[in-house]
Design a protein around this ligand. Structure first.
Ligand code: NAP
Length: 277
């Protein structure tokens, strides 16, 4: 029997503990979220983040710009937020419109306010095996979930599908830093199934149905990061859950797995940045 990795339950436990810690702070954390354009999914994500923050006693402001804002204006705003002592965390909601260089924008955020852990300083620390101010939210959420369920990482073969800067690369590095043997796969990987069949832990962060029946050995731990609308319009993940879950030891569902853990990590990161000495 497989165990379902319940991200919602764990998120609620994390929130409960975090709320108490935030109440004890003399100065409340303040999260500034920048939203550019009117991508409907981005709007939903930003609203959810604001609601969660407020529930936990975190001040939250959303700064919205039209899609035609110039890169210079956006960079100026980030500089202003970096200098603002009342703001302890900054998040730029991705994706950004094509005329804006997202790397320049991320690079402009002060590493001490970089709540997504994506600046070159924080990702450099992570990739050097040192401690960044905070870890990227989705990878951090995945590791919290593995640890909470007592899933061993050291010495295990972890296969990560997807190599984005947001999820695939940092989660692979975090697993490597925890002494897993890591294989990182992507769209040009040949014989994906030959590789996934050797996984003790499989993490899929693609955004398409890529993990099906007969691709895994028995008792594999499966973490499904993907989230997209399937043909029937329903939210689904990368993994063919019903078939794959028959042979796994642990598996995360979509929705209700990694998604809630990402938001939990965002709130944890906001708290951690507010308490930097
Ligand atoms: P991304 O930047 O689009 O990266 C997707 C990765 O998948 C790329 O590395 C790509 O390879 C790889 N890929 C594409 N087709 C493949 C195939 N057929 N076989 C193997 N690899 C393939 O996406 P992302 O930002 O990492 O997000 C991935 C998914 O996770 C999306 O569904 C996103 O919505 C979801 N997500 C969920 C959360 C959450 O909190 N639940 C958070 C973040 C993202 P190449 O590099 O070769 O193109």
């Amino acid at each position: 029997m497989t165990t379902i990795l319940d991200g919602k339950k764990l998120r609620d436990e994390i929130f409960e503990e975090l709320k108490g810690k935030i109440e004890k702070l003399s100065v409340k954390p303040s999260l500034a979220v920048i939203l550019v354009g009117d991508n409907p999914s981005s709007k939903i994500y930003v609203n959810n983040k604001k609601k969660c923050a407020e529930k936990l006693g975190i001040n939250s402001i959303v700064i919205s710009y039209p899609a035609d804002i110039t890169e210079k204006e956006l960079l100026n705003k980030i500089q202003e937020l970096n200098d603002d002592k009342n703001i302890t965390a900054i998040l730029v909601q991705l994706p950004l419109p094509d005329h804006i260089d997202k790397f320049k924008v991320i690079d402009a955020i002060s590493p001490k306010k970089d709540v997504d852990g994506l600046t070159p300083y924080n990702s450099g620390k992570l990739f050097a095996g040192e401690k960044p101010y905070v870890y990227p939210c989705t990878p951090k959420g995945i590791l919290l979930m593995l640890d909470h369920y007592g899933i061993e990482i050291e010495g295990k073969h972890a296969v990560v599908i997807g190599r984005s800067n947001l999820v695939g690369k940092p989660v692979a590095q975090m697993l490597l830093n925890r002494n897993a043997t890591v294989t990182l796969c992507h769209s040009k990987t040949k014989n994906l199934t030959e590789i996934t069949k050797t996984a003790d832990i499989l993490i899929s962060a693609v955004g398409k149905k890529v993990v099906g029946e007969n691709m895994l050995k028995n008792n594999c731990v499966v973490i499904d990061v993907g989230i997209f609308r399937g043909e029937n319009g329903k939210i689904c993940g990368d993994v063919d859950f019903d078939k794959v879950a028959k042979t796994t030891s642990y598996i995360s569902p979509v929705p209700g797995g990694v998604g809630p853990m990402t938001i939990a990590s965002l709130m944890l990161n906001t708290f951690e940045l507010a308490t930097i000495e």
